[in-house]
Write a protein that binds this ligand. Structure first.
Ligand SMILES: Nc1ncnc2c1ncn2[C@@H]1O[C@H](COP(=O)(O)OP(=O)(O)OP(=O)(O)O)[C@@H](O)[C@H]1O
Ligand SMILES: [Mg+2]
Length: 255
């Protein structure tokens, strides 16, 4: 399973991605979690440490042509082995990391390295039987610039609100135009059947899953602990688990 979670800011991407990754790992899968958000959130929803510095800073160098490249000997496998952060249940988390006060220029190398690593995952034999769960930053940019070329599935997270639906529609359109992955809309923070129906109307297509608004999610967030540790039987956690089952069924015929 290779899933990229996308959608508007605050829709619930990180909670969903983190919970999916942990659930897969508990089923005995080897899981690589990817966070390419410069405002990282996946570490918290997984229960891992955010890095002090962008971990891949060390993996990149500038060639004589002025272009960034991965240092000699560093491919996706070594990058994950060296620079990923361990998370509970055996998940490995590769993070882009966040810029310091002096902005993007000092971390351009790590941005480039991360992009190069994710583009080489598909070709890496060592990852063939790994599951990948990626938490992409808010909005359509990274989808448009092909930051998740490994993905078989885009989960487009949408809140029952117009602006959220507009972003979801845009991201879904871009991902579908690339033609490589299934694109599945998922409503989050839903308070009833009418909410789901409204989201379907706004999107103009049926939902793949509807996840309930759940105080347990907010509480886990306040405490800074993963939902799956704080409230594994909460309605939201169960709904994410049910969505994982459905994803498995969806993917079986294609494999
Ligand atoms: N099902 C839910 N019920 C209640 N609150 C939720 C639910 N899902 C997410 N939230 C809350 O919404 C907020 C945003 O969640 P999260 O950080 O996962 O979203 P995000 O899409 O990753 O945001 P960002 O775009 O900032 O990365 C958090 O405060 C979280 O606790
Ligand atoms: Mg997030």
């Amino acid at each position: 399973m290779r899933v990229a979670v996308v959608g508007k800011g605050g829709a619930g991407k990180s909670v969903i991605a983190g919970t999916l990754a942990r659930l897969l790992a508990r089923r005995g899968r080897r899981v690589l979690a990817l966070d390419s958000d410069l405002m990282p959130g996946l570490a918290y929803s997984l229960g891992a440490d955010p890095p002090a510095m962008p971990p891949l800073l060390d993996a990149a160098e500038k060639g004589e042509d002025g272009r960034w490249r991965l240092k000699k000997g560093i491919g996706p496998v070594r990058a994950v082995r060296r620079y990923a952060t361990p998370a509970p249940d055996g998940v490995l988390l590769l993070q882009l990391g966040k810029p310091a006060a002096d902005g993007l220029p000092p971390i351009m190398g790590s941005l480039n390295a991360f992009y190069k690593v994710v583009h080489r995952i598909r070709g890496a034999d060592a990852f063939r039987d790994w599951d990948i769960v990626a938490d992409l930053p808010a909005g359509p940019r990274q989808t448009a610039f092909d930051w998740a070329p490994y993905a078989d599935v885009f989960l487009v997270v949408v809140e029952p609100m117009w602006k959220s639906a507009l972003t979801a529609r845009r991201v879904a359109r871009i991902a579908r135009a690339q033609g490589r992955a299934m694109v599945l809309p998922v409503a989050n923070k839903v308070t009833g059947g009418a909410d789901s129906q409204r989201v379907e109307e706004m999107l103009g297509e049926p939902l793949f899953a509807s996840l309930p608004a759940d105080e347990a999610v907010a509480e886990a967030d306040r405490l800074g602990v993963p939902l799956i540790d704080r409230a594994p039987s909460s309605p939201a956690a169960r709904a994410i688990e049910a969505m994982l089952e459905a994803l498995g069924r969806e993917q079986t015929p294609a494999r």
